[in-house]
Design a binder for this molecule. Structure first.
Ligand code: SF4
Length: 480
């Protein structure tokens, strides 16, 4: 199962009674990006209120808490841990007591050179209280702020020391806010504003849910300062020749109603389906999407082929993505709790089953088996993403090489393992065409093993020969 890596939300509002409520609505909108933990921090004059919880936003942040959290400046965060543990002490935002009165920070992304920076900060006698990479980003920024002439210089210092993906929301205890995105723009980060409010967040849906129009994306390598009166000032800290926007945000992670770096995710997914239908012929009776991400692609396939789409798999909407069964045997059966087939739709039918990606292949295998057991006579599996052959170090929980089914197997072997009659992967050119950015502006490292940053490339190259490694955080050693 693929997991997301976090959603971030930062706000300035001249109406201090509204700030925490808008953070709450924003976090609900990006809840799909992380369901492990959440956090909210609001600055009221010089008084900081910071709360963190394990679990979902709607289950943990109460109306009475929101009514107590007043102030013009705030940050919220939802977390799925790709670095660090699944405990509340690793939840974001984090705060320091320096420089001056301190800063508060949350981010979306993943720090690749986590181990060496952690050691460096320990050498500087920094008091690290968690294993979360956001705390490392925060201390690096605080150190740079302590010695820099201005905030732009400090963010440049951070960008020179860290390697990885980061969309950062931060405020000082003086009430100034700063937002910046890594020099490649791996993870999405956008903003919108009206007369009273400025919001910076991972996905545009978190603006819309607050009645704020999307204004623009924070560009790769860009810093935007929001002063105590809500005035914005942009600085391009590092120039970016080619971005590396994560292709998987479009394929799977982001909500279809979001606009990322100028592209509507729903439109991209429909076109992914259309491009599959233009690449492969089929005389199937019905198209069945694996809910929920594949619905738009199924619609695209239907537009081209004329084959109808039907709901052949029903998802139990009360089971969240982090749902864990109490025993291994029960965990192996999780997919049967989450999904159930409709026999009358599937029986005696030739089916195009549409899914967004195959990582290990275990879930796909169970779904194909479920559909066949429900009476389907033939199952063609159409995947909107090309084969995933390499891990991700930029914030997505994709496995080691050895666990990736497409690393070790060609299509006919995967068909056999999964039990599909035909397996059709998206072609890489068709993926790029659907997203609409140039290939040189996309990260596709998990598809081609070509990483934009040196430590990630080094780790991946060394890992290829260590396929027996269990799922580990490679950057724990940085494989040096
Ligand atoms: S390696 Fe894959 S999942 Fe990770 S950032 Fe790049 S495209 Fe996205």
């Amino acid at each position: 199962m693929k997991k997301e890596s976090c959603g971030v939300f930062g706000i300035f509002s001249s109406n201090e009674n509204e700030t925490s409520k808008m953070i709450y609505k924003g976090l609900l909108a990006v809840q799909h990006r992380g369901q492990d933990a959440n956090g909210i921090a609001v600055l009221d004059g010089s008084k900081l209120r910071l709360k963190k919880f394990m679990g979902l936003v709607a289950d943990t942040i109460t109306p009475s808490l929101l009514s107590q959290m007043k102030g013009k400046v705030g940050i919220g965060h939802v977390r799925y841990p790709t670095v660090g543990t699944s405990t509340v002490k690793d939840a974001q935002p984090f705060q320091t007591d320096y420089p001056k009165k301190g800063i508060v920070l949350a981010h979306n992304g993943n720090l690749v050179n986590y181990v060496s920076l952690r050691k460096e900060l320990a050498d500087h006698k920094r008091n690290l209280i968690s294993t979360c990479d956001a705390e490392i980003y925060m201390h690096v920024l605080a150190e740079e702020m302590s010695k820099s002439k201005d905030i732009e210089d400090a963010v440049l210092g951070l960008m020179e020391r860290v390697e990885g993906s980061y969309s950062v929301a931060c405020f000082t205890m003086d009430g100034e806010m700063i937002f910046f995105r890594d020099p490649f723009g791996f993870r999405p980060f956008c903003y919108g504003e009206n007369k009273d409010t400025k919001i910076f967040t991972s996905e545009s849906v978190a603006l819309e849910t607050n009645g704020i129009e999307l204004k623009d994306d924070v560009k790769a390598g860009e810093l935007i300062i929001c002063d105590k009166h809500g005035k914005l000032e942009k600085r391009q800290v590092v120039s970016c020749k080619n971005t590396a926007h994560c292709m998987f945000e479009y394929v799977y992670f982001s909500r279809p109603d979001s606009i990322l770096d100028g592209k509507c995710v729903y439109d991209v997914r429909v076109m992914l389906g259309e491009n599959l239908a233009k690449t492969y012929a089929s005389d199937a009776d019905v198209i069945i999407p694996v809910p929920d991400t594949s619905r738009s692609a199924a619609e695209g396939i239907s537009r081209i082929t004329g084959i109808p789409v039907a709901e052949g798999l029903i998802k139990n909407r009360y089971i969240g993505r982090t749902f864990i069964m109490p025993s291994q045997q029960m965990r192996d059966e999780t997919v049967y709790v989450k999904l159930n087939p409709i026999r009358s739709v599937l029986k005696d039918k030739h089916i195009i089953l549409v899914d967004d990606s195959i990582v290990r292949g275990t879930t796909c295998k169970k779904i194909v088996n479920m559909i066949k057991k429900a009476g389907a006579k033939k199952v063609d599996l159409w995947i909107t993403c090309p084969p995933i052959v390499s891990p991700c170090f930029y914030g997505i929980d994709i496995s080691t090489h050895g666990e990736l089914i497409a690393f070790n197997n060609k299509v006919p072997e995967i068909e056999k393992i999964i039990g599909a009659d035909n397996l059709c992967y998206q072609k890489r050119d068709c993926l790029i065409d659907a997203i609409g950015h140039k290939s040189c502006d996309l990260c596709m490292a998990c598809l081609n093993g070509e990483y934009r940053t040196p430590t990630a490339q080094n780790i991946a190259d060394k890992m290829k020969n260590q396929t027996s490694l269990k799922k580990v955080r490679y950057w724990e050693t940085e494989m040096s």
